[in-house]
Design a protein around this ligand. Structure first.
Ligand code: ATP
Ligand code: MG
Length: 419
């Protein structure tokens, strides 16, 4: 350990080139949304605690175990956002976006915080890109979001992402299913905490990852058998639109997710190269959420993609990290006068759109050429006092080693042509 401080437990720093790769991951997730007309929204990184308690659900893991909550100096109870949907919906209602033309399509990108047991792919500070469509129950919106997420993974070159799809039904189907599931679960030999969950939120028991529980659930009733005709029709439309769009998906009638607000369509994107933290993204429809946080009826559907796990998935597939940038031209000045001139040169190049850097600190030729190689530049501009006196600079192709004297007056034009 070199310094006194380390990043807090469950967090990590992104240093180059992984830093750039993370930016590129977020960009790739945003690109399909941008080309589909989604508007960008930013909300604060903390909210009133009650928003999450009500919006995410009192009985969820997030609310019971994972929130970073604190009381401010002024006595307000706030929580670092553990997810993006409740804040976005809060912002939509507060800014009256739902009173304009519907649907409202939004995307966002940022940091999220959950007090989890840190493991590979599970952090206390992580990064998501999210999208929401508000104000329509149209199954085409559900399908659109799944397609846009799949397109983002494709853009990144990932081939190992699978789409799991389910419908949790609406208020027309859920109560009967909930009762049937509860009946079944009450007949099992479960620990006290799980028994409590059976009474509070039986669907969440399906999400229990313990093998003995999964085994006991083998004969549990399936939501698919309880869907009302309109819930079934909604689900079938989503399925056929996905098929028409060439998106392969797996029906997973046991898929439930950690948030209480989902209705009808539910989906998860998983990658098998990630061990037990296999979900790279997920989402679904949440037609009752607006009412839960005190708003009018406002149906919605959305997803959040995990950027950290997506970066791990790229590494698991052995793909070259995207977004790795460097400069195109590297200036190597020899002597003070040349250094001042080279400073001017790289300033001009940068303003003209050529990525450029310069050796600093009066480095000798050998050290500066090493820096030029490391920079990733294709060309070095080597210039000494004698060159300047003659009005030229040496342009060196760093791949071939070929060198050519170019008049300083032509240099910028010459380099722009080369790169
Ligand atoms: P998991 O079942 O793995 O806990 P989740 O259902 O809690 O995931 P969501 O709330 O749906 O996750 O968040 C969407 C995505 O954000 C996840 O699919 C995952 O890629 C990512 N994500 C969630 N929690 C974390 C975390 N603690 N660290 C890193 N990424 C996370
Ligand atoms: Mg979780």
């Amino acid at each position: 350990m070199n310094a006194e401080f380390r990043a807090p437990k469950g967090t990590f720093d992104l240093v180059p080139p992984r830093g750039e790769a993370m930016l590129a991951v977020r960009e790739a997730m945003a690109a399909p949304l941008r080309s589909a007309g989604y508007g960008y929204i930013e909300t604060p990184s903390f909210e009133e605690t009650a928003l999450f308690a009500r919006g995410v659900g009192e009985s969820t893991d997030i609310v019971t175990k994972e929130m970073y909550s604190f009381t401010t100096r002024g006595g307000d109870d706030v929580t670092l956002r553990p997810e993006g949907t409740a804040p976005v919906l809060r912002a939509v209602l507060e800014n009256n976006l739902h009173r304009g033309a519907l649907p409202v399509k939004l995307w966002y990108s940022g940091s999220y915080y959950r007090y989890e047991r840190p493991q590979k792919g599970r952090y206390r500070h992580f990064s998501q890109v999210g999208a929401e469509i508000l104000g329509t129950e149209d199954p085409a919106s559900d399908a659109e979001l799944v397609v846009l997420a799949v397109d983002a993974y494709r853009l990144l070159g990932l081939t190992g992402v699978r789409v799991l799809l389910n419908s949790l039904g609406s208020h027309e189907s859920r109560p009967a299913y909930r009762a049937a599931l509860q009946d079944y679960l009450r007949g099992l030999d479960l620990d006290e905490e799980t028994k409590r969950r059976v009474e509070l939120n039986p669907l969440r028991v399906l999400d229990d990852k313990r093998p003995e529980i999964q085994k006991a659930l083998a004969e549990a009733p399936l939501i698919t058998d309880f869907l009302s005709p309109s819930d079934r029709a909604h689900h079938e439309t989503v399925r056929s639109l996905l098929t028409a769009a060439g998106v392969a998906f797996e029906d997973d009638p046991r898929l439930v997710r950690g948030l209480d607000y989902y209705t009808r369509t539910l989906f998860e994107f998983v990658h098998d190269g990630l061990g037990s933290q296999s979900a790279v993204g997920g989402g679904g429809r949440y037609d009752g959420l607006s009412e839960l946080i005190g708003g009018p009826a406002l149906p919605g559907v959305g997803w959040a993609l995990g950027a950290d796990r997506t970066l791990l998935a790229l590494e698991a597939e052995g793909l070259a990290l995207p977004g790795t940038t460097g400069v195109q031209v590297f200036a190597v000045p020899l002597g003070d006068e040349a250094a001042a001139w080279a400073f001017g040169l790289v300033t001009t190049l940068r303003r003209e759109g050529v990525a450029a850097d310069v050796a600093t600190g009066g480095r000798g030729l050998k050290g500066a050429m090493k820096a030029a190689d490391r920079s990733g530049a294709k060309y070095a501009v080597v210039v000494g006092e004698r060159d300047l006196a003659e009005g030229v600079a040496q342009v060196k192709d760093l791949a071939t080693g070929e060198q050519q004297a170019v008049s300083v007056n032509e240099l910028v034009t010459h380099l722009k042509r080369l790169v």
